[in-house]
Design a binder for this molecule. Structure first.
Ligand code: NAD
Length: 286
């Protein structure tokens, strides 16, 4: 008998990137592509928003993928099979709008690949022609290649250093495809804010509807605290409640990136203190 919020499976996908399968039957029953959950690792712990990468409604499980970048995600990564999370809130946010658009490009950058995976899968089920472009800094950081291949009609891979696939960014592949005249009805991008901004800049001259799944700092996840506010089309919007997906051509990415960097120094200091406390060396800044 599984206990609520118990970790049933765990695997390391890449250095500092982990996947865990959790028992959370109520959420697994309702969750849809594009939605997220907020987890807490301990009673007084930070609330960690994580996009749901997969689910199994019969088994009552959710799959999440995360990168150990701050104290809380490090603590999450230290949990093992059989351990339980303190709590999980969700499913949160609006599901992706899945329709038959025609030819869709799904773009995933870094850890964002796990978040684009269920969206690509549902779009494929809706008989879209799915072209996926996934990219990472290098070969060993590329995750979910097999999963993405299964749900895509075409899969393009990029790495920043050229160690796998095309050398360059996902946006370079997108730029070349559009320049070659590939007809595209919709683009959906999930990854670092700068990647989504550049992808939006690439598609703008072609007038291709482009959706970005935003990842601001988030606290409550339910539209009350306003930590996740972003400017979209000149208006303040709450990502947790009104998003996370927005028209990428309307998003003020400069402001989003500024807000994402607001606590970088504090986060770095907190992580250094934590690693010192548990006797682990400071990780490389990659
Ligand atoms: P990263 O910095 O390793 O970049 C991943 C890829 O994004 C690169 O390989 C490249 O192809 C592209 N990219 C990076 N910089 C670019 C630029 N200047 N121009 C064009 N393309 C560029 O990414 P990471 O460290 O794995 O971080 C993943 C990011 O995804 C995090 O910021 C995380 O918050 C975000 N994320 C978002 C969601 C969501 O639902 N919105 C879900 C998971 C992760």
């Amino acid at each position: 008998m599984c206990r609520k919020f118990e970790i049933l499976e765990k695997r390391t996908l890449a250095p500092k990137i982990k996947e865990i399968v959790l028992y959370a039957p109520e959420i697994a029953r309702k969750v849809r592509a594009g939605q997220f959950i907020i987890v807490r690792v301990e009673e007084k712990g930070e609330r960690i928003p994580l996009t749901v990468a997969d689910w199994n409604r019969n088994k009552g499980t959710l799959t999440i993928v995360f990168q150990e970048i701050g104290v809380s995600t490090y603590k999450l990564g230290k949990l093992d099979i059989g351990d339980r999370l303190t709590d999980i809130a969700g499913p949160l946010g609006n599901p992706s709008k899945i329709e038959n658009y025609g030819r869709v490009i799904c773009i995933g950058g870094g850890v964002g690949i796990a978040a684009i995976y269920p969206i690509a899968r549902e779009l494929k089920k809706m008989n879209n022609y799915v072209i996926s472009i996934i990219g990472a800094r290098s070969r060993e950081l590329l995750i979910y290649e097999d999963e993405m291949r299964k749900v895509s009609d075409e899969l393009k891979i990029t790495t920043d250093d050229g160690s796998k696939g095309r050398k360059g960014f996902v946006s370079d592949e997108l730029r070349d495809m559009l320049a070659k005249g590939v007809k595209v009805d919709r683009v959906i991008a999930v990854g670092p804010a700068i990647m989504m901004k550049v992808c939006a800049d690439v598609t703008r001259p072609y007038g291709i509807k482009t959706i970005a799944s935003l990842n601001p700092i988030m606290v409550c996840g339910m539209g009350m605290c306003a930590a996740c506010r972003v400017e979209v089309g000149g208006k303040t919007r709450f990502v947790c409640f009104e998003g996370p997906e927005f028209d990428a051509h309307e998003v003020n990415f400069t402001e989003l990136m500024k807000r994402l960097n607001a606590y970088r120094e504090e986060e770095k200091i907190a992580l250094e203190k934590y690693l010192k406390k548990i006797g682990e060396v400071k990780p490389n800044a990659n």
